[in-house]
Design a protein around this ligand. Structure first.
Ligand code: KIV
Ligand code: ZN
Length: 526
């Protein structure tokens, strides 16, 4: 699959602008801490994205620090920060990214009638003045300025052309056309981009970009229509996460341009073999699972169920596969390690799967692996990935599960006895009851840690196949109005639930402002 065509039309390099850390983080429940954001940013740099939109620095001190750390540390991509057309936003954005060798400020202002009249209460003239002032201020700091007329697709086309022309004159080097509410159709998107190219006199001084939301499931189609019309940058996110139904999925865009290079005659700088590992990292960190049948990175994306298809693929993979699994980073063999496999085999497999583990992480994963191998004969890639991602979770482990026992049965109230470890201390609860065994376990943890939380989401899924498969539990807890994620894996689903609940509790303890005295409740300390 070549990246350069044989016909006369030269291949165009499309700029991949990743907004997983900004728009992606706006997915409900997907917020990441600074260490997690840095880890994702490093993975995006390895993936080869051109621009990382690292956050919206004025939104919170945490977001500011995360963007600043990424700008200081991550090399390769341009590091971009979002700002409204307001002085304080732009100043804060610049402060956060100024240490990057390649900084970009992205300013935005809504332009559609519905936003002008109801949200901003501003006239068209005021919008143009505000946009120009915002772009000028950003350009005074930084030569690389992106301007987005928010809700561009629902903006009167004449007015859109005027705003874009004024923004370029003021210093914008990229003009991004957002379909903020996911309303566009591919034909309309193509028309908007073609019109801007025809009617905006200074358009050649800027790169045209698109930013499509997926409310109607059209984000990829609309982004591709814009590329066909001449857009040079596409904004997207890993796994398509983002506000509401999400954004255009990076992996889908990149693989479409690659597989259908014959049609689009465009390529990107993405290292496609890093797509699956990056997708798994983002899913693990955000807790937003990828559906099994998701294009490119879903578990079933290369699975052939029908006998006719299997027969065809065995004879010639191209009969039913338009791309090779290894091109997106899926390794071919799945059944891998067992009880007798050593540390070196485990390290090699982790590397093949795209993970770079520190020596301590490898030791910890190896210990978990040995314990799992005692319970389970065959360890699959999915098992190993779950163990690795559990160890890579960047949250300080204030509490860990040492031991628990549950007694339950038909018509009996489930009861739990539990011991947690907090540093050198052991904290233990007497019998604790609940509506079901998981409820009883959660209640015991609340008693032991002294934190009272509301469980907003709980789901279990098996990471591989078979009755001894590892189960992964994800929970979302509400504490003082904020949501915290937790993830746990084990062959025992109650233990996985306890670990997930504790992981979320540890996250609360690491980030929320808490009174000093913990644990409380009925915990007995040993
Ligand atoms: O969807 C949108 O309009 C945005 C802008 C800030 C580009 O995310
Ligand atoms: Zn958006």
């Amino acid at each position: 699959m070549t990246q350069t065509g044989t016909s006369e039309r030269p291949s165009r390099r499309i700029i991949v602008f990743d907004t997983t850390l900004r728009d992606g983080e706006q997915s409900p429940g997907a917020s990441m801490n600074a260490a997690e954001k840095l880890e994702v940013a490093k993975a995006l740099a390895q993936l080869g994205v051109d621009v990382i939109e690292a956050g919206f620095p004025v939104a919170s001190p945490g977001d500011f620090e995360a963007v600043r750390e990424i700008a200081r540390t991550v090399r390769g991509p341009t590091i971009c920060a979002l700002a409204r057309c307001r002085d304080e936003d732009i100043d804060r954005a610049w402060e956060a990214i100024r240490e990057s060798p390649s900084p970009r400020i992205h300013v935005f202002l809504a332009t559609s009638a519905i936003h002008r009249e109801h949200k901003l209460r501003m006239t068209k003239e005021e919008i143009i003045d505000r946009a120009v002032a915002g772009v000028r201020r950003a350009a005074h700091y930084c030569p690389d300025v992106e301007f987005s007329p928010e809700d561009a697709v629902r903006t009167e086309i004449d007015f859109l052309c005027q705003v874009v022309e004024a923004a370029i004159d003021a210093g914008a080097t990229t003009i991004n056309i957002p379909d903020t509410v996911g309303y566009a159709t591919p034909a309309q998107m193509k028309h908007v981009i073609e019109t801007l190219q025809m009617r905006v006199p200074n358009i050649s001084r800027a790169v045209i970009s698109v930013h499509c939301h997926d409310d109607l499931g059209l984000a990829l189609a609309n982004s591709l229509a814009a590329v066909e019309a001449g857009a040079g940058q596409v904004e997207c996110t890993i796994n398509g996460i983002g506000e509401r139904a999400g954004n255009c999925a990076l992996e889908e865009l990149v693989m479409t341009l690659r597989v259908r290079h014959d049609f689009y005659k465009c390529h990107t700088g993405i290292v496609t073999q890093r797509l699956v590992p990056t997708s798994r990292l983002v899913a693990g960190i955000t807790g937003l699972h990828v559906q099994r049948n998701k294009a490119i990175v879903g578990q079933n994306a290369f699975a052939h169920e029908s006998g006719i298809h299997q027969d065809g693929v065995l004879k010639e993979p191209r009969t039913y596969e338009i791309m090779r699994p290894e091109d997106v980073g899926l390794t071919q063999s799945d059944l891998i390690l067992g009880k007798h496999s050593g540390r070196a085999a485990l390290a090699a497999r982790a590397r093949q799967l795209g993970y770079r583990l520190t020596a301590e992480q490898l030791d910890a994963v190896f210990q978990d692996f040995k314990q799992l191998a005692d319970k389970k004969k065959e360890i699959y890639d999915g098992d190993l990935i779950a163990l690795i991602e559990q160890q890579m979770q960047t949250v300080a482990e204030t509490y860990s599960l040492e031991h628990y026992e549950v007694s339950t049965g038909t018509g009996r109230t489930p009861r739990v006895r539990m011991v947690l470890r907090r540093g050198e201390e052991r904290v233990e609860t007497e019998l604790s009851a609940g509506d079901g065994p998981v409820d009883a376990v959660f209640y015991a943890i609340e008693k032991l840690t002294g934190l009272s939380v509301v469980c907003k989401d709980f789901h279990v899924h098996s990471v591989t196949v078979g009755k001894d498969a590892l189960g992964e539990v994800n929970v979302q807890l509400e504490y003082q109005g904020n949501l915290y994620r937790g993830r746990g894996v084990s062959t025992d689903s109650i233990e996985a639930s306890a670990k997930a609940f504790l992981n979320a509790i540890n996250r609360i303890l690491a980030t929320a402002h808490l009174p000093e005295a913990l644990p409380a409740g009925e915990a007995q300390q040993k």
